[in-house]
Design a protein around this ligand. Sequence first.
Ligand code: SAH
Length: 268
Amino acid sequence: MSDDTAPPRRSHGRVSVSLNRQPSDLMGGPPRVKGAWRARIITLFPGAFPGVLAESLTGKAMDLGLWALETIDLRPFGEGRHRNVDDTPAGGGAGMVLRADVVARALRVADEGTPGRARWPVVYLSPRGRPFDQATARRWAACDGITLLCGRFEGVDERVLQAFGVEEVSLGDFVLTGGEIAAQAMIDATVRLLPGVLGNAASTEDESHSHGLLEHPQYTRPAIWEGREIPPVLLSGNHAEIARWRRAEAERLTRERRPDLWARRDTE
Ligand code: SAH
């Protein structure tokens, strides 16, 4: 799945939209499934996309037109000859803050042709946000698409987040240097839930976090590896027994590793 060609870009006002990692053929680009789910990314680093999303199942699904990625380069919306996008924090302190007026211009372009927040969330990747989880991925996958705003430096002027009704979502309780890696992680988790993306390769029904439990342990051949056996029940052919064992193991692992998940499950 590797290819070293740059994603094609077409002009969309002052926005560079990368449609697909494949060179577009002259007959109108890659196949597009009508109404396919779309991720629009506002970023100072459009070259970071599609990144790992071009690989494996998400990359194949992109090639099939099951979803599409559009990057909106923040830089051209900047101020002055140097297209400045940031300035020093009001009240002082270290670092720089992305300007409200600059981000607003990009968000306005990102809003073009979208159906409204209920079917097209607009999200700022932020360590202050609500933690991303499988339920969020499911909700996003049921929408028409999403706009993701990648911050840099100290973040984004608060006023533009309020003015545009932007949700804040976090990848976890740590601080990244920018929103791009978080955006790719969240898009990956969402795209694999879209119809047709996984095919028969995997089920999203039984895996970790789909029922508030972690997944049971997995094994494959050889049956004995360096003296370690596969649990015999898995080789028994008794599907009811196997299902019982897997359920018990999923519960054990969840209790041991994630008491927080286990507690929430009990109260639901
Ligand atoms: N000063 C900010 C951190 C800025 S980090 C604070 O303390 O809250 C720079 C950018 O990286 C952020 O604007 C955000 O877009 C992104 N980022 C950092 N950590 C993140 C996380 N855990 N989840 C999602 N995005 C994150």
